[in-house]
Design a protein around this ligand. Structure first.
Ligand code: COI
Length: 363
């Protein structure tokens, strides 16, 4: 089956420059959307077809559409950055495309070719490039590719029709308070994912499953929830929507991928960036008791969370159900966290050399 090319059908009435600039002055996260979206259909027996770039608009769905009932849905998140010369580039879109394929396989959905995924993102960013915030700040254009099962019917089975879409949203800081240390509630009873489950797939169900524990975190005055493994309830896995890193002086450690942890692109990139900066960077198992002990005796110097949306966010306070509570790096942003954050952002914004070939320039 051949890959569709994307037919451009741009809006006749895009947002005015004044209105767009007002939005870009304070974009927040996921609150505003650009003028266009890309849609590509998949039908059994026909494959991918009807790739289009069209004005951003609601998508009509029959109430019996499969995804509304059984959640056969996957998504991605990646960013486009404005570089010093005014050009635009996305960060490692091939990695998101490959993870999208892995998620599709896990959810029994068709795999979109990597080049089609990238072509769709390029088409949208190319059309809406005025929505990519200016170089200089940390703002970017967040791309949200996703796929839903569109077959109409209530049978529980893989659908015979799907819709792939890409939408885009100008993004500032993910957390409303900007880049400042977040507080973490460690959930010692609720789990996010189980061995053999779909924790490593980027699917809405994993995020829906995280909301109750996230609400519990809020009742403990915490910004985010941290999950432990589902079997022994002691090994640190990840936050509701971000991976974790532990800093032991010049050694940084992130929980080993076990199948129930999302394979974050930022997580993966930081293993390399950290080594470039002279840190020892590795994957390993960290228990909650060890986290507490190593923080209290000072060997664990910093902890941070990472993800596309939040980039790198320092962890300031940790609370657990035993009543124990401690501060990381005195509740401030640690030195390694700040260095890694800056190094990654400098690559993404085209300030330092892209020696790993991660940036995908447009046009
Ligand atoms: C991302 O970092 O891109 C995420 O997917 C996290 C969240 C916004 C769902």
């Amino acid at each position: 089956m051949t890959t569709p090319t994307i037919e451009l059908k741009p809006s006749a009435r895009p947002t005015s420059a004044g209105e767009r600039e007002a939005i870009l002055a304070n974009p927040g996260f996921g609150r505003h959307f650009t003028d266009h979206m890309v849609t590509i259909k998949w039908t059994e027996g026909r494959g991918w077809h009807d790739g289009q770039l069209v004005p951003y608009a609601p998508i009509p769905l029959d109430p019996a559409t499969n995804v509304l009932h059984y959640a056969q849905e996957i998504f991605e998140g990646l960013k486009a950055y404005r570089r010093p010369d005014g050009s635009v580039a996305t960060f490692r879109p091939d990695q998101n495309a490959k993870r999208f394929q892995r998620s599709a396989k896990r959810l029994a959905m068709p795999e979109l070719p990597v080049e089609t995924f990238i072509e769709a993102c390029d088409a949208l960013v190319g059309q809406d490039k005025d929505w990519v915030p200016a170089h200089g700040g940390e703002e970017s254009l967040y791309l949200r590719p996703f796929m839903i099962a569109t077959e109409v019917g209530l049978g529980v089975k893989p659908a015979n029709e799907y819709l792939f879409l890409v939408i885009a949203s100008p993004a500032g800081a993910y957390f409303a308070g900007g880049v400042k240390p977040v507080s973490i509630w460690v959930s010692e009873d609720r789990v996010r994912a189980v061995p053999g489950g779909m924790g490593d797939a980027k699917t809405g169900g994993n995020y829906a499953a995280s909301l109750l524990a996230q609400a519990e975190a809020a009742t403990h005055d915490c910004d985010q929830v941290c999950y432990l493994d589902a079997v022994e309830h002691q090994w640190v896995e990840e936050l509701g929507g971000m991976n974790l890193y532990f800093v032991y002086g010049d050694r940084i450690v992130t929980p080993t991928l076990t199948g129930s942890i999302l394979e974050g692109v930022t997580r993966d990139s930081l293993l390399t960036v950290a080594r470039d900066l002279g840190y020892t960077a590795e994957e390993g198992r960290i228990s909650l008791d060890q986290w507490q002990r190593d923080s209290e005796d000072g060997t664990l110097t910093e902890v941070f969370a990472c993800g596309t949306a939040a980039v790198i966010t320092p962890v300031g306070t940790v609370k657990r159900s035993t009543g124990a509570e401690w501060k990381q790096s005195g509740g401030e942003t640690g030195e390694a966290t700040a260095r890694l954050r800056q190094a990654l952002l400098d690559i993404q914004r085209g300030i330092t050399e892209d020696k790993h070939g991660w940036m995908h320039p447009l046009g």
